[in-house]
Ligand binder design. Sequence first.
Ligand code: GAR
Length: 217
Amino acid sequence: MARLKTGVLISGSGTNLQALLDAAQDPDYPAEITLVISNRSDAAGLARAEKAGVATQVIDHREFADRASFDQALDTALKAAGCAFVCLAGFMRLLTADFTESWRDKLINIHPALLPSFKGLDAQAQALAAGARISGCTVHFVRPEMDAGPIIVQGAVPVLDGDDEAALAARILEVEHRIYPLALRLIADGRVSVAGDQVRISGANGAGDAALISPAG
Ligand code: GAR
């Protein structure tokens, strides 16, 4: 079966990109990473793509007069590479409604919190400041509103006494690396459908682990 041709947009270290590249190494994985685009030429993730033999492109938002023309350049590059699907992986630019609507249900994002809590920047710091006992990460379809859209997969982690932002971010990131390849696989296998604000997954296996209770005692 043809693999889903996927573009990945990054701005930084690209560890989630790496998780997707690693998953796609398996010929049985139903998606392939066709193109990686960064808006920053110094993004470490670019080297990860090159190492995996995946085409890269830098499209620097500062070279465009407005968001619309930047997004148009992204769209053109993705289509030229034959991408049928797009993953945002630490891509730190807001996309226009024109872009998100034209890629509707073909564009997903990962966010380091259990949405709809803690949208926006510094989600891990927001969870700490709110005193949350459990946080996590979310893969969701992108809608024009920031960090909103039907939720595909979530993973939860405890927030431990003494956590600082770095400790919590690292604990969440490990789970991000599990759920992003999972979400893309479910979609590329044709198991995911969107009904309004909700996602249905055919043959979903219930919860992966036992209930997470934090603190445990
Ligand atoms: C990840 O934690 C991702 O969830 C977050 O940026 C980090 C990127 O790390 N994304 C957002 O905050 C988007 N709102 P990575 O470059 O190592 O994948």
